[in-house]
Design a protein around this ligand. Structure first.
Ligand SMILES: [Ca+2]
Ligand SMILES: [Ca+2]
Ligand SMILES: [Ca+2]
Ligand SMILES: [Ca+2]
Length: 325
C-alpha cells in the first residue's frame, strides 16, 4: 500500500533485470537444510522462482498491491492501487502483466472512487462473475453507515462503475483487522474474510466471514483459530493451499520469527481454521513494512506460490517482485 506523482511518465521504463540474491538464498539454505524425507508441502516456499525489478518505481504507503489475472492469460498480474496524491484526483489502478515479468503495464487508469486514505483497504474478486477481476474497496471507519462498507468497482468498466456499495454486518474496523475475499461457502459468490488480529474475545486471531450472497449482511462463519493473537508483523491471505476445495488462511509472519526467515503458517479451512496445514520458514529473510504479500500460482503447477512485493529501498530502484515456490 504507498509516493510518486507521475506513474505514467515512468511506465516505459522496463528494467528487465532478473535479480539474483545468492547471499540470502544461501543463508536460508543453511538455516533450513532441506529435509530429504520432506513432503512436497514441507518443502514449500524454499525456492525463489522469480526475483525481478518492475516497470513501477519504488512505492510507499499510498500504494496497495495485490495479484489477480487481469488479462486472463493464466499468469497472475500485479495490481498496484494508488490511493492518494494521484494525477487524476481519484484512486488509481496500475496493473503490470505477469507475462512480461511485470515489465509492462496492461492498465493504468483513474477510477470512479475518490482518493483514499488509511481507512480503506483493497482486494480483488470477480463479484459480478463476468470473468474480470473487480476491485473491492473496504471503507473501514468514518463511514456513513457506521459499519465497515464494501464498494466494488467493475473490472469490465475498467473500474469506472460501481456494481455494489453497501454497509455490512461488521462494525467499523481498525488496524487490528485484515481483509481478504474468497468464496468460502462455495456458492459462486465472493465472500469477505475479516481477520481480527488482536483484542479478540477468544485470545486468538479470529476469522469473521461475511457472505456475498447476502451482500455482506450475514456471517457465514465467526470463529477463533489455532493462531494466537497477531500484530503488524503478520500479513494474511486466503487461498486453497491443500486443494480440498476449501479456502485456507495464509498467515505470513514477517519478523521476530524462530527461523530468522519470513514464515508461512496456513490454517486449514476444512477445520474452520483450528488446525495447521503448513508451518514453515521460507527462503526469504525476515521482512518489514516495505514488503507486501499475496498468494498466486505463478508457475502453474497447481500449488499456490508466495508473492513478496518489495516496495522501496530496493536494489533496482523499482518496486520488486520476489516469488517463492
Ligand atoms: Ca495475466
Ligand atoms: Ca467481474
Ligand atoms: Ca460465497
Ligand atoms: Ca483448503
Amino acid at each position: 500500500m504507498r509516493t510518486m506523482k507521475a506513474i505514467a511518465a515512468l511506465a516505459p521504463v522496463a528494467l528487465g533485470a532478473v535479480l539474483s540474491f545468492p547471499g540470502s538464498a544461501a543463508a536460508a539454505g543453511k538455516d533450513h537444510a532441506p529435509d530429504r524425507n520432506a513432503t512436497a508441502g514441507a518443502a514449500a516456499f524454499r525456492n525463489f522462482i522469480l526475483q525481478t525489478g518492475t516497470a513501477l518505481h519504488e512505492t510507499d504507503d499510498t500504494f496497495a498491491t495485490a495479484t489477480a489475472d487481469w488479462d486472463r492469460d493464466g499468469r497472475p498480474d500485479l495490481v498496484a492501487v494508488k490511493k492518494s496524491r494521484t494525477g487524476t484526483n481519484s484512486t488509481e489502478v496500475h496493473i503490470l502483466s505477469g507475462a512480461s515479468n511485470f515489465q509492462r503495464f496492461v492498465l493504468q487508469t483513474g477510477t470512479a472512487l475518490h482518493e483514499t486514505d488509511g481507512t480503506f483497504a483493497f482486494t480483488l474478486a470477480d463479484w459480478d462473475r463476468d470473468g474480470r477481476p473487480d476491485l473491492v474497496a473496504l471503507k473501514k471507519s468514518r463511514t456513513g453507515t457506521n459499519s465497515t462498507e464494501v464498494h466494488i468497482l467493475s473490472g469490465a468498466s475498467n473500474f469506472q462503475r460501481f456494481i455494489l456499495q453497501t454497509g455490512t454486518a461488521l462494525h467499523e474496523t481498525d488496524d487490528t483487522f485484515d481483509f481478504a475475499a474468497t468464496d468460502w461457502d462455495r456458492d459462486g459468490r465472493p465472500d469477505l474474510v475479516a481477520v481480527k488480529k488482536s483484542r479478540t474475545g477468544t485470545n486468538s486471531t479470529e476469522v469473521h466471514i461475511l457472505s456475498g450472497a447476502t451482500n455482506f449482511q450475514r456471517y457465514s462463519l465467526q470463529t477463533g483459530t489455532a493462531l494466537h493473537e497477531t500484530d503488524g508483523t503478520f500479513d494474511f491471505a486466503a487461498a486453497d493451499w491443500d486443494r480440498d476445495g476449501r479456502p485456507d488462511l495464509v498467515a505470513v509472519k514477517k519478523s521476530r520469527t524462530g527461523t530468522n526467515s519470513t514464515e508461512v503458517h496456513i490454517l486449514s479451512g476444512a477445520t474452520n481454521f483450528q488446525r495447521y496445514s503448513l508451518q514453515t520458514g521460507t527462503a526469504l529473510h525476515e521482512t518489514d513494512d516495505t514488503f507486501e504479500f499475496s498468494v498466486a500460482d505463478w508457475n502453474r503447477d497447481g500449488r499456490q506460490d508466495l508473492v513478496a512485493v518489495k516496495k522501496r529501498y530496493t536494489g533496482t530502484n523499482s518496486t520488486e517482485v520476489h516469488i517463492l515456490g
